[in-house]
Design a protein around this ligand. Structure first.
Ligand SMILES: C[S@@+](CC[C@H](N)C(=O)[O-])C[C@H]1O[C@@H](n2cnc3c(N)ncnc32)[C@H](O)[C@@H]1O
Length: 202
């Protein structure tokens, strides 16, 4: 499937019914989701692989991984209402996905090939992004993860990944946007930069 086609499909999936600010619930824009998934696909990390999406929300990345031919796709989120929408989105797209309602820190599995994630950026709860990244690296040897851009964040992630004996092979700067959904949003569209990381073991 072409990237643009994937982007258009993902963009149409249903959003969060009641986005929760504390959980940093905003959807990955279709173009960003398609870029992450296509990078992973091009590195042989999706097709016929076991793919976990941590903090899957309404399932944009999860559904995309399933559409690109993952052998098994698992979406994990702490919020039951988001997972109900995700389940519906998967049904609409006729893909088979396992949905798990759990705190990410409690997820355990032996058989994960690839983790994909757009975690909370740690704006509402400092360090939330690093909890997700730590769990992703525990679960899989190959991780695709979105994080806040900026020098401080980049330096922190680079040194943290090194300490975990992992290496960053790709870091792509991407434009991210959120349509007005929380009271503190003063503009109709809030735009900012993110970094997409590919992180490998060894
Ligand atoms: C930025 S949103 C992710 C959006 C989604 N991946 C997508 O592609 O549209 C972050 C998600 O992490 C979930 N989340 C936040 N804290 C969590 C935790 N401790 N354990 C599991 N999920 C959590 C939120 O409910 C939210 O759905």
């Amino acid at each position: 499937m072409r990237k643009k086609e994937l982007e258009i499909i993902l963009q149409k999936l249903e959003p969060y019914p009641n986005p929760d600010l504390k959980l940093e619930q905003y959807m990955t824009p279709g173009d960003v989701a398609a870029t992450l998934l296509h990078l992973a696909y091009s590195q042989d990390a999706i097709k016929d692989k076991v793919v976990y999406d941590l903090g899957c929300g309404t399932g944009r990345l999860t559904v995309g991984a399933a559409l690109l031919g993952a052998k098994k796709t698992v979406g994990i989120d702490i919020d039951k209402s988001a997972l109900e929408v995700a389940r519906q989105n998967a049904k609409e797209m006729e893909v088979d996905i396992e949905w798990v309602c759990s705190d990410v820190s409690e997820v355990e599995s032996q058989d994960v090939d690839t983790v994909i994630q757009n975690p909370p950026f740690g704006v509402q709860r400092r360090g939330a992004d690093i909890v997700f990244l730590g769990k992703a690296l525990d679960l899989a040897d190959e991780v695709y993860s979105l994080h806040k851009a900026g020098r401080e964040s980049r330096e922190f992630i680079a040194s943290w990944v090194r300490r975990r004996s992992r290496r960053i092979t790709h870091r792509l700067g991407l434009d991210f946007h959120i349509h007005r959904q929380f009271e503190f949003h003063t503009k109709d569209v809030h735009r900012f930069k993110v970094d997409l990381y590919r992180i490998l073991k060894g």
